[in-house]
Design a protein around this ligand. Structure first.
Ligand SMILES: Nc1ncnc2c1ncn2[C@@H]1O[C@H](COP(=O)(O)OP(=O)(O)OP(=O)(O)O)[C@@H](O)[C@H]1O
Length: 260
């Protein structure tokens, strides 16, 4: 049912010497500095760091939602610096976005909202669209809410509908900003396990901005940003010992760690 991946490139995301600033003249505020990052197919990378360190800015640059000012961002072999609006739009169609402001359509049911994800990927005409969308809702544990309007769903359920919508088009790269923030521990972990499975089984590349320590053990790599720079990269597996405590300690200074 799901589309074959069209890109087998090892590095699906390659960021080189990326710099970014907001404003101009005297009010210009640089927020990213000479940043380098590579993410391979099938990799789950978690981006952490203090508020204001530039995580969302980096995510939106990789998602072609913001123009590259300086340096290079290659996503699925498309250079974003200097790309045309058509090239950017075509690229965005191959990405899955899970953002905090989930923007579900209020007048559409859960199932219809998920269908919008297919439309974005140009696949709304798919004959078996209903089965595909039901499958996506099932993946996030909401099969029984398919005919509910957003107003009748909890915050966490709305977030999961948004996740189903992001995944239904089978994107090669998934960009998620705090995907578990609105969820309780159990559902947060389920969502993270789902993203992990997509990476393992379909080779999806997953980049997640989070403050949630409970999901770190499901990542391949944890990247810590401070003041617009990557200050540390930890391969999660090589942390050894108890992955929860090792990562949490190594990353340090990021608030209380809650373990399950
Ligand atoms: N549109 C904008 N205009 C001006 N400044 C901005 C804009 N967006 C972000 N910034 C500034 O850029 C810096 C980085 O913001 P960003 O949202 O990337 O941080 P973050 O690490 O994602 O933070 P948080 O964890 O709080 O979401 C901040 O100082 C922020 O105030």
């Amino acid at each position: 049912m799901m589309r074959e991946s069209t890109t087998s490139a090892e590095n699906r995301v390659v960021v080189q010497q990326l710099a970014h600033a907001f404003g101009s003249g005297e009010t210009r505020v640089p927020v990213l500095h000479e940043l380098n990052l590579r993410i391979a197919s099938g990799e789950v990378v978690v981006l952490m760091g203090p508020s204001g360190s530039g995580k969302t800015t980096l995510l939106t640059l990789i998602g072609a939602l913001r123009s590259v000012q300086q340096g290079s961002v290659r996503v699925l072999e498309q250079e974003l610096a200097g790309a045309t609006e058509t090239e950017l739009r075509q690229l965005r169609q191959r990405l899955g976005f899970i953002f905090q402001a989930h923007n579900l359509h209020r007048g559409l049911t859960a199932l219809e909202n998920v269908r919008m994800g297919l439309e974005i990927h140009g696949r709304a005409a798919l004959r078996q669209w209903q089965a595909t969308c039901e499958h996506a809702l099932n993946l996030v544990g909401l099969a029984d809410r398919r005919d509910f309007l957003p107003a009748a769903l909890s915050g966490g359920q709305k977030q999961r509908v948004a996740i189903a919508r992001a995944l239904v088009g089978d994107p090669e790269v998934i960009l998620a900003d705090e995907p578990t923030a609105a969820l309780d521990a159990e559902n947060g972990r389920k969502v993270m396990q789902l993203l992990r499975r997509l990476a393992d089984r379909r080779g999806s590349t997953v980049l997640i901005v989070t403050h949630d320590h409970r999901i770190l053990d499901l990542a391949d790599r944890i990247v810590r940003m401070e003041d617009g720079r990557i200050v540390r990269e930890l391969p999660a597996a090589s942390a050894g010992g108890d992955p929860h405590s090792m990562e949490a300690e190594a990353i340090g200074n990021m608030g209380g760690v809650s373990r399950r």
